[in-house]
Design a protein around this ligand. Structure first.
Ligand SMILES: Cc1ncc(C[n+]2csc(CCOP(=O)(O)OP(=O)(O)O)c2C)c(N)n1
Length: 934
């Protein structure tokens, strides 16, 4: 810190200040802090030499040239001090103006801030002094010759019905752009008469729909938008601006609040279909889910797609289906948008953010409190996840369900979290529709210019209870009273337009009546269709065909050889780490003489898909290398750190391979990939967990989207989850991928769950997943130790022939001798067959269940039938009895056993998946295997 400001060399300080004003980042941190504090600016300004410099700058409109003789002192001490105070004031408006803004339609007093009061500064900025301070010294963009003229405009700009938080942004260019955009009023030009009229019509429609529904369907939940009505015209504006910027897609994510209105007016769903839902009939989405054995979903969760025409052409608008879980849809929307923005016919998946705009509508209670919001914001500027900036709209009705803001967050604003991500925050009063439109214009201009997220905190209220069955006055009595006495925004806006002579009172009233008539007519039309109901969907139609049989997963040996060679190619002069080089070069040998390990089989599966035109996207924590250092799809030159990804250079590839290390998130990352997989039905999208356990950080996405999306919304996905699994003595958290969770959630062929024991099986499985016509999510319990285990490796012939086999019988059993059939799944197989006791147990055959769901009934029966002298079947698992596959597949095994007794061997019921101590693990593992064999 420059300690003694009085003793400063004014010339030096002046130069620094000059520099600071040009570019704040260019001066040392301590000086920046000094200039940015009010005291500092004042003290510095009290140095006459410095102020002469400032004066000179003002006169010339530019910095005084270095070494130029100091211009004569033209100002008295008071004026000079005043300039510094005025600068502090400008800074205060930019930084704290929002504290004095009139953001609450219900009229609560803003807290204000002393720094905004010219009378309280030293020297006091009296009106006389203000009139003497030239505005050009202050570097603002508002109009006015003097501070006296500029000040009211600053106040209007920063403390009106819009307020801004931009000064936290670390990028100087962005900050200056925003200041200029805000203060020049470029995005706040008044609406033309026809635009105002259109806005009034829109607000009338928004209010009219809610009013009609409330009257016609008393007490049914509609989660009315009223109090935040302007959200709809804001979305209209966003769609127009997106189209204008060349986008083909706008993807919306939102919760319950206002959703029906958005469906009708933003997506363009006919009123009839919404009314049909209220009448208890299903609309199209639910129907399509029906054909997949679906249950459908409540009306305010259903997704929809529409095409909107805009002045610059048509554009798709997608409202993502979502569950009740607030904010869970955020990463899904980002993933969907990213998929829309990616050209998968290019080798790396060319990303063009101008193609689509993601818009997320948040609740003011949910935004600061749901962790997935932060996780999703953290994706926004990452190479593998960016979507060119998301428009965030906080539908801020100043209350949660019944929770007050003071109970719901530790920050002043609901939006504060986003400041950490350098997003500009625009607060706007929902009772000022024109300001709200201006907020969208500024936000999207900023996004277009900088590809960054922007947050609009739309401050309104909730006219009714949380839903239509709630009484808000039980918990927010004062607020409810204020709201009851407060006219709706449509009425306020109509009144304003009447005063301005844009519409007459009669015209405004007529619009209201016309809307009710239109809704009544739609309702009548709908009622006439009742009775002529559809044919019920038959059971046969409901269960989709698996269709796996028709898929060829084998790849010719010649092609595999060629791909393997290409996967080892690096440019001239590229130096691979010598240890890694040896590992990679072993792949050539493995191809010819056996020993194709997991990493190699996987790379070959991916490469073979790429030359067949199937795009692949693989993400996860440290996935480029692989947690267990087995993958190495991305190589790093040890001399210069440059990257090289051979799989993105395959000469014959006709589809993209995207590979990214993910941030340390499960919830948002799995949500993102799910969203991507929905929009990119053509692609194999894989997410890998660091260890399988960690997938439970994404449990909401698993439960609410992955396993149930098809049933609820008819939404299919071939998202593939790679979950490292297996008991290797690493403790309770690195052992189990919790197969039991997925098995419990498996029904109606909604997902596939596998646990392969050879790299060839994995190869065929990946290819089947990409190629099979019936898209379903796939859960793969992937190995750790097996990744390099010789016995689990495969040969070229294994890949060039055959297919994925859901059950593997014992290859070496003496069929007549066998009296016990051990069934197991995954790595424990190698523990059993590799155990010293195995040699003595020729009466035991060991079969592997490679696909846990859908349970391969016929194949399991065939295995059992292959042993004529069976006396028992033993299910062996490493997991405790209350975990792992046992409980889910027990009945299936019993069926397959055809009367042969079935017994369990494994860990007993346990609260924690595994032992913490390696010795205890070894003992338990040994006991399990001995029991299986003895
Ligand atoms: C993850 C999650 N927890 C709890 C709920 C129950 N819930 C539904 S709406 C709501 C209040 C949401 O408040 P806010 O985000 O301010 O949105 P608003 O309803 O006020 O528009 C709550 C707690 C939920 N839907 N999701």
């Amino acid at each position: 810190m420059p300690h003694d400001v009085d003793a400063l060399n004014a010339g030096f300080a002046g130069q620094l200040l000059e520099q600071y004003l040009e570019n704040p980042a260019s001066v040392p941190e301590e000086w920046r802090a000094l200039f940015e504090s009010n005291d500092g600016a004042e003290l510095l300004a009290a140095q006459p030499g410095l102020l002469r410099l400032l004066e000179a700058r003002g006169r010339n409109g530019a910095a005084a040239p270095a070494g130029a003789p100091a211009p004569p002192a033209v100002a008295d001490e008071e004026l000079l001090g005043g300039v510094a105070a005025a600068m502090a004031l400008v800074k205060a408006y930019r930084t704290h103006g929002h504290l004095a803004a009139r953001l609450d339609p219900l009229g609560s007093e803003p807290p204000g801030d002393p720094a905004l009061e010219p009378e309280r500064l030293i020297p006091r900025l009296t009106p006389e002094l203000q009139a003497r301070i030239p505005a050009r010294l202050l570097r603002t963009y508002v109009e006015g010759e003097t501070l006296a003229e500029a000040l009211p405009r600053l106040r209007e700009t920063y403390c009106g019905t819009i307020a801004y938080e931009i000064e936290h942004i670390s990028d100087h260019e962005e900050r200056v752009w925003l200041r200029e955009a805000i203060e020049s009023g470029r995005y706040r030009t008044p609406l033309r008469d026809d635009e105002q009229r259109a806005l009034l019509i829109r607000l009338t429609e928004v209010e009219g729909l809610e009013t009609y529904l409330r009257k016609a369907f008393l007490g049914q939940k509609q989660f009315s938008i009223e109090g935040l009505d302007v959200l709809v015209p804001m979305l209209d504006e966003s769609i127009h601006l997106a189209a204008d910027a060349g986008a083909h897609e706008v993807v919306l994510g939102m919760a319950h609040r206002g959703r029906l209105n958005v469906l009708a007016h933003v997506v363009g769903r006919p009123y009839e279909t919404i009314l049909r839902e209220f009448e208890g009939e299903r609309t199209l989405e639910a129907l399509s889910a029906d054909s997949e054995g679906g249950t459908g979903d409540v009306k305010y969760h259903l997704g929809a797609q529409g095409r909107r025409s805009t002045p610059t052409g048509e554009i798709n608008v997608t409202l993502a289906a979502n569950p009740s879980h607030l904010e869970a849809v955020n990463p899904v929307v980002e993933g969907r948008t990213r998929a829309d923005q990616t050209d998968r016919s290019t080798r790396e998946g060319l990303h063009d953010p101008s193609v689509g705009l993601p818009v997320l509508i948040h609740g003011d209670g949910a935004f600061p409190a749901q962790g997935v919001v932060a996780e999703t914001l953290n994706l926004s500027y990452l190479d593998g996840y960016a979507t060119g900036g998301t428009l965030h709209l906080i539908a801020n009705n100043q209350v949660g369900f019944t929770t007050e803001p003071e109970e719901g967050r530790s920050t002043r604003y609901s939006s504060d979290l986003a400041k950490g991500f350098d997003a500009p925050i625009i607060h706007v009063n929902a009772d000022d529709p024109e300001a709200a439109i201006a907020a969208v214009r500024l936000a999207l201009a900023f996004r277009r210019r900088f590809c960054n997220d922007v947050v609009i905190d739309l401050v309104g209220y909730r006219r009714h209870g949380h839903n239509e069955q709630d009484e808000p006055a039980y918990t927010q009595p004062l607020m409810a009273k204020r709201i009851a006495a407060h006219p709706p925004v449509r009425a306020l806006f109509a009144q304003r337009l009447e005063q301005e002579g844009v519409v007459s009172r009669e015209e405004a009233d007529r619009l209201v009546a016309e809307m009710q008539t239109a809704l009544r007519a739609a309702h009548e039309r709908l009622k006439q269709t009742f009775g002529a109901s559809r044919q019920p969907v038959t059971r046969e139609e409901r269960v989709p065909a698996e269709g796996d049989g028709s898929v060829v997963t084998a790849v010719s040996a010649d092609l595999l050889r060629r791909l393997d060679e290409q996967l080892l190619e690096v440019p001239e002069g590229f130096t691979i780490h010598p240890k890694l080089l040896r590992q990679l070069e072993r792949r050539r040998e493995a191809l010819e003489h056996g020993g194709i390990d997991w990493g190699q089989a996987e790379a070959l599966a991916f490469a073979s898909l790429l030359v067949e035109g199937i795009p692949v996207r693989l993400t996860g924590q440290d996935t480029e290398r692989g947690t267990f250092s087995h993958r190495h799809l991305v190589l790093h030159d040890v001399e210069n750190g440059q990257r090289w990804t051979p799989i993105q250079r395959l000469p014959d590839a006709t589809a993209s391979f995207e590979v990214f290390n993910s941030p340390l998130s499960e919830y948002a990352c799995v949500g993102f990939e799910y969203g991507y997989s929905i929009a990119a039905a053509d692609a194999l999208v894989l997410w890998e967990a660091q260890f399988g356990d960690f997938v439970n950080g994404a449990q909401v996405v698993i439960d609410q989207f992955v396993v149930s999306g098809l049933s609820k919304w008819g939404q299919t996905s071939r998202l593939t989850l790679l979950l490292p699994h297996g008991y290797e003595g690493n403790g309770p958290e690195h052992s189990s991928a919790r197969a039991e969770r997925f098995l419990q959630l498996a029904a109606q062929k909604n997902i596939r769950i596998t646990n392969c024991t050879t790299s060839a099986q994995y190869f065929h499985l990946l290819r089947r997943q990409a190629l099979t016509p019936a898209a379903r999510p796939l859960v793969v319990l992937t190995p750790k130790g097996l990744l390099r285990l010789k016995d689990a490796s495969s040969t070229l012939a294994d890949l060039a022939e055959g297919s994925f086999r859901p059950v593997l019988d014992d290859p070496a059993a003496d069929r007549e001798r066998v009296t016990r059939l051990v069934f197991c799944s995954g790595k424990v197989y190698y523990d059993v067959v590799g155990h010293e006791a195995r040699a003595q147990a020729s009466q035991v055959a060991v079969a592997r269940l490679e696909q846990l769901y859908p349970f391969p009934v016929e194949q399991a029966v065939d295995v059992v039938r292959g042993y004529p002298n069976l006396r028992e079947i033993v299910w062996v698992q490493e997991e405790p009895q209350n975990m792992g596959p046992w409980r889910a597949i027990r009945h299936r095994l019993e069926d397959a056993a055809g009367g042969v007794p079935l017994r369990y061997v494994g860990r007993p019921w346990r609260a924690s998946p595994s032992e913490g101590y390696p010795t205890a693990h070894r003992r338990e593992q040994d006991r399990i295997v001995r029991e299986a064999l003895s």
